[in-house]
Design a protein around this ligand. Structure first.
Ligand code: NDP
Length: 510
């Protein structure tokens, strides 16, 4: 790091109770992976900071107008936030690309527009009145019954580094839409676009003080302080299964509502009748998009034995054509991984794959890119000869590594696809849509794409079976995950006579 420029780097405070704290001496560096250099500093938050943020969110919820703001007004504010983000689109896309190492092409065409659209969609969902009628009932008495949906309260939201802006938006949009208040903790590797989002929202001046708070700092300090704080009603977490387990444990003391979106080892099933041109690109898109750093990445590819060699050749040729390079160059397909730590983890899994006897079909090395020699690039890597029980095929690697596994029958392919502790996503590649749907129904995962991958639809539930999580984000399920449901019973008889239940204790007097 050049000491002369260090002074000029952005230094972020915490966003608590509607204002920014002054950066202190205790700051954490934020790295730009392509350059292996510091691009900003964030505050190393403490449990005391979390406590102040929770108090602010608590007051904003218990005494503030936000939970009672009419849905159409909350919708208007969410649209205004989306408008304000739109004005900073290029800046969001560039900072996301630099901080994550993701290609600018992806951040410009996927992350930022999807994030903005996500907010707009939840603005529209928010307009729906939180009233849900129940069928009329006249036993044991004539009454009008309905469900009233209310915000849960203070929500702690802990997000990972792999899609920093989208993750922030996925968390805050439904929470705000339903009238909750928030403490958001971004990942320490990639906090910058979440901080920009808080700045953008602050500048609109539309959210009451304390509705949104953002505390940066380590997971073990800030994350745990949020998860154990008795003033927090709900935790929404995306990240590793191990940390998800810890969050459940900490949240259990005060019976917090918990939604967890955790790891994955998603299968891509190529059926014998698949369009192989489409499936080749689709399987590679499934595994290498975002450098393989996606929880829903299709990292296990099941191929019919008869097609195995031909399909493997196609995958190798196409994977070798991918261009690794400067994330800010629009020609770049794959940037570096997020960090040296992640790169070391991926390299370790590649070594494990080799030691387990899988054959390295292509890639498998750290890539040295001219001008970016110190950056943690990993070649797109494909292993063949993989058995499903190998660690390579069982554990989440979170890097550009594909395991290709042959199968003899579709029944066997489904059994292999399901033989994993995760169940987040899956893809089925086939021209026969009816058969593909039958296969999709038998896969134990929260989402199955047929002839596609990664398309996480804001209106469709997204989440995991098995150890991939609890609860769903997006769509009505995702919205309702930020509400408590209350049954309201209204007596319609308006008189004493004929009340069968009362009569059980208090027989009528005349
Ligand atoms: P983590 O699960 O450790 O981190 C996710 C978020 O949780 C971050 O904000 C992190 O903070 C925070 N956190 C970490 N420890 C705790 C804790 N004890 N209590 C509360 N919050 C905590 O993921 P990693 O970044 O360490 O990545 C490790 C692996 O996890 C990856 O290689 C991948 O396999 C998987 N992963 C899965 C993701 C998914 O989308 N399902 C996303 C990211 C990772 P901080 O950043 O400060 O550590």
């Amino acid at each position: 790091m050049n000491a002369q420029t260090d002074h000029d780097l952005p230094r972020y405070g915490l966003y608590i109770d509607g204002s920014w704290t002054t950066p202190t001496e205790d700051m954490l560096p934020v790295t730009e992976p392509a350059l292996s250099s510091t691009m900003a500093y964030i505050t190393n938050g403490t449990a005391a900071d979390v406590d102040r943020a929770v108090q602010s969110a608590r007051t904003a919820f218990d005494a503030g107008p936000w939970p009672h703001t009419p849905p159409h007004e909350r919708a208007r504010i969410l649209h205004a936030i989306a408008d304000a983000m739109e004005e900073r689109t290029d800046e969001f896309a560039e900072i996301e690309a630099r901080n994550l190492g993701a290609p600018l092409r992806k951040t410009t065409f996927v992350d930022v527009p999807w994030a903005i659209e996500h907010i707009r969609i939840f603005a529209e969902l928010a307009r729906r009145h939180p009233y849900e009628p129940l069928p009329w009932i006249d036993v044991p008495s004539v009454s009008w019954n309905f469900v009233w949906r209310e915000p849960i309260g203070v929500c702690g939201q802990i997000i990972p580094w792999n899609y920093p802006l989208l993750m922030a938006v996925w968390k805050i949009a439904p929470a705000l839409a339903t009238g909750n208040t928030i403490i958001l903790k971004p990942a320490s590797y990639t906090p910058l676009t979440a901080l920009m989002l808080a700045e953008t929202i602050h500048d609109t001046g539309l959210l009451p003080r304390g509705v949104l708070n953002l505390v940066t700092g380590s997971g073990t300090m800030v994350g745990e302080a949020i998860a154990r704080h008795p003033g927090v009603d709900k935790i929404a977490f995306t990240g590793s299964t191990e940390v998800g387990r810890r969050i459940m444990e900490l949240g259990s003391a005060t019976i917090k509502r918990v939604t967890l979106e955790l790891g994955g080892k998603s299968p891509s099933l190529v059926l014998p009748d698949a369009d192989l041109d489409l499936a080749t690109d689709g399987v590679l898109f499934g595994v290498f998009f975002n450098g393989g750093q996606s929880c829903e990445a299709g990292t296990r590819c099941f191929v019919p034995e008869a097609l195995h060699d031909e399909f493997l050749d196609r995958l190798i040729k196409r994977a070798e054509s991918l261009h690794l390079g400067d994330p800010l160059d629009l020609e770049t397909d794959l940037g570096p991984l997020v960090s040296e730590t992640q790169c070391a983890r991926v390299e370790e899994y590649i070594a494990i794959g080799k030691s387990e006897g899988a054959q390295l079909a292509t890639g498998g090395r750290r890539a040295r890119i001219a001008g970016f020699e110190r950056a943690p690039f990993v070649e797109p890597t494909i292993f063949s000869g993989v058995r499903n029980e190998m660690r390579l095929a069982q554990e989440e690697i979170f890097g550009p590594v594909l395991a290709v596994i042959p199968y003899r029958s579709i029944t066997e392919a489904i059994a292999l696809a399901n033989a994993n502790r995760y169940g987040l996503g899956a893809a089925v590649w086939s021209r026969d849509l009816q058969r593909a749907i039958e296969v999709a129904k038998r896969i134990r995962s929260g989402t199955v794409w047929i002839n596609d991958h990664h398309l996480i639809n804001p209106l469709a539930p997204f989440g995991g079976y098995k150890q991939s999580g609890i609860g769903r984000e997006h769509g009505t399920s995702g919205l309702l995950a930020y509400t408590e449901e209350k049954h309201i019973h209204v007596d319609m008889m308006q008189k004493r006579e004929g009340r069968l239940w009362w009569d059980a204790l208090l027989p009528p007097t005349d």
